[in-house]
Design a protein around this ligand. Sequence first.
Ligand code: NAD
Ligand code: MG
Length: 362
Amino acid sequence: MSEIFRELTVDLGERSYPIIIGSGLLGSTDLSPYVAGSQVMIVTNDTVAPLYLDKIRNSFPGKQVDTVVLPDGEKFKDWQTLNQIFDALLEQRHSRKTTLVALGGGVIGDMAGFAAACYQRGVPFIQVPTTLLSQVDSSVGGKTGINHPLGKNMIGAFHQPQVVLIDTDTLQTLPPREVSAGLAEVIKYGLIRDTEFLAWLEDNMDALVGLEAGALAEAIYRSCACKAEVVALDEREGGLRAILNLGHTFGHAIETFAGYGTWLHGEAVGTGMLMAADLSVREGMISRTDYERTANLIIRAGLPRLPPETMVPDDFMRLMAVDKKNVDGQLRLVLLKAIGNAIVTAGASSGHLSGTLSSFCQ
Ligand code: NAD
Ligand code: MG
């Protein structure tokens, strides 16, 4: 194992599992101890397969290893494409003892995980996330699912993996925009729960953008630790888990306004976190200096600071009114009580919210 190999546990009683993080892990890690039966089905897509499929195939000595390669893209996170996984499993006669392996970004992880939750009423699965976003966010926590034409992630299940294997080397082939998008979620963990990590990010942001293996492993470790802690305290989003949505209410409005796929989710979350930080200043919770710290990190991560030029405050109001966190028509937002301490509140003043919206809309 490389010296920058790290490991942590997601603590969920009998559903606990390890997250293994490091450079050079793909192809050198024997994953067969995490496979109970004799069969493995690797689920990946046509972008990731040519890059990493051969490497991961060697990780299951002594097992029957089959693969299914799906088309790449969020628009294929649908029922028809999901069915291709079931077709492959049935055609290759995979039993209830099979293990699915998700090799790819969050789209593949969510789909393979949901297929595992459903196939023969539930089989185990392994996450091998290959985007920064999936390594720090979607591969941890057990949310799986697909989109419906009427809504994103509307069909799904909670299903925890057996193990998450994160090889930081996979990020070397990731487009820079996708790296920045992942960094938005990394910054989020510092802002909501970990001031020390936020200071570490200020010292190491250039190394992260430059894809230095040691810095990446540390950032991914601390992000996963934060998400694992929040998930362990609130596995099914009864309360605390909602703080993971810092910047997401503003961000979803931006994503919807721009049209899905125009702005990456992480890019919208980056701008959204700045808007949430600005509103937190207006609410008297954090200082202007705290806001500037946040803005500096967002900019250094290569993320946009402002929403689309044509977006006006009314667009935000209309699009935010349908957010999942709202209760009885009341807008609920995640704000920063202090740096490193997020709260969910319905109490933000509408005057302060207007102030934030008009200062961000150009
Ligand atoms: P993605 O899976 O679409 O990956 C982004 C792009 O990078 C794709 O084109 C992909 O093929 C490509 N790619 C993946 N790995 C690569 C590599 N190593 N080198 C080069 N290209 C690579 O997007 P994402 O940002 O990873 O995930 C977004 C999805 O995750 C959304 O569907 C979202 O709903 C979901 N999500 C789920 C959770 C959860 O808790 N389950 C949390 C956050 C997001
Ligand atoms: Mg997110």
